[in-house]
Write a protein that binds this ligand. Structure first.
Ligand code: HEC
Length: 113
């Protein structure tokens, strides 16, 4: 028989979109811990392991977090020569932004006009 086991295909597809749970910020936290925490402070407190790497909780003081969406999608990051190129898909980027938004401290920078 050459019937494709459709149920298995559907199940695999559902597994892809459902991985990591329902909470975008929790998924984003896992992404930045895995990829960024070697150099950046990724949490609500603590110093960055790499001198000069800004703690993530302070990023919004410098520019609106949405500006990072484009940078993450295109793999460009100003002054990031030492950093490996990361390629994130749009879902992952949304998760990372959601997580970053949840930990910001201080006064957010205004959006450019
Ligand atoms: C190998 C070390 C390293 C890793 C890993 C790393 N960074 Fe960085 N990052 C730096 C350093 C160093 C700077 C400061 C560069 C500078 O200002 O010249 C920086 C700066 C930044 C900035 C500020 C850029 C700006 O122009 O203000 C952002 C945003 C950033 N990193 C995001 C990330 C994200 C997101 C990850 C994980 C996906 C990550 N970094 C992983 C070293 C790293």
């Amino acid at each position: 028989m050459r019937h494709i086991p459709l149920a298995i295909i559907l199940f695999a597809g559902a597994g892809l979109s459902g991985c990591g749970g329902d909470d975008p910020a929790a998924r984003g936290e896992a992404i930045v811990i895995a990829n960024c925490s070697a150099c950046h402070a990724t949490g609500a407190s603590g110093d960055s392991p790499r001198a000069g790497a800004p703690p993530f909780r302070e990023l919004a003081q410098h520019y609106p977090l949405v500006y990072l969406e484009e940078a993450l999608a295109e793999g460009i990051m100003t002054g990031h020569n030492e950093m490996p190129q990361f390629v994130f898909d749009p879902d992952e980027i949304a998760d990372v932004i959601a997580y970053l938004a949840s930990i910001q401290v201080g006064t957010p920078a205004p959006a450019a006009p």
